[in-house]
Write a protein that binds this ligand. Structure first.
Ligand SMILES: [Zn+2]
Length: 151
């Protein structure tokens, strides 16, 4: 991308983030010649996919629902908001990267679990226990085992 100030093609991306709606990427760029900074907005050609629940019902991809899941799982856990935001952004980016019109809700749940496992083990177990609705003690042991392996 050319610098709008001096016209140099030598610019670089210094920061990149997905908008709350998940359909725009905002990039901060710096010109390597005049050192000025500017912002570009990139709109995805593919919108966030529709979410398909297990009962076949479709709904809009809801970033807020994902955020609520994180907050519930991370209740009173020492995890900085910024890390949570980054985790949610990664999920949105992955959902966009799939490039499909639909995504199974199960797949989003798995992505949330993957991110929680990296953030906080207690939160991961909390989420997994609700999400997988453990039917017996053995299921619970499996998750504990998974968490232990990640050390
Ligand atoms: Zn420049």
């Amino acid at each position: 991308m050319k610098c709008p100030f001096c016209g140099s093609p030598d610019t670089q991306v210094v920061d990149s983030r997905v908008s709350d709606e998940g359909d725009t990427v905002r990039r901060r760029r710096r010109c390597n010649v005049c050192d000025k900074r500017f912002t570009t907005f990139e709109t995805a050609e593919v919108r966030l996919p529709q979410v398909v629940k297990q009962n076949g019902q479709r709904s809009e991809f809801d970033r807020e629902k994902i955020r609520v899941s994180f907050h519930r799982a991370l209740h009173k856990r020492p995890v900085p908001t910024q890390l949570v935001d980054e985790a949610i952004s990664r999920i949105l980016q992955k959902a966009l990267a799939i490039g499909e019109r639909e995504i199974p809700s199960r797949q989003i749940g798995e992505m949330v679990m993957t991110e929680l496992a990296k953030l906080d083990k207690v939160a991961y177990i909390r989420f997994a226990s609700v999400y997988r609705s453990f039917s017996d003690v053995e299921d619970f042991r499996d998750v504990i085992r998974e968490v232990s392996k990640k050390d």
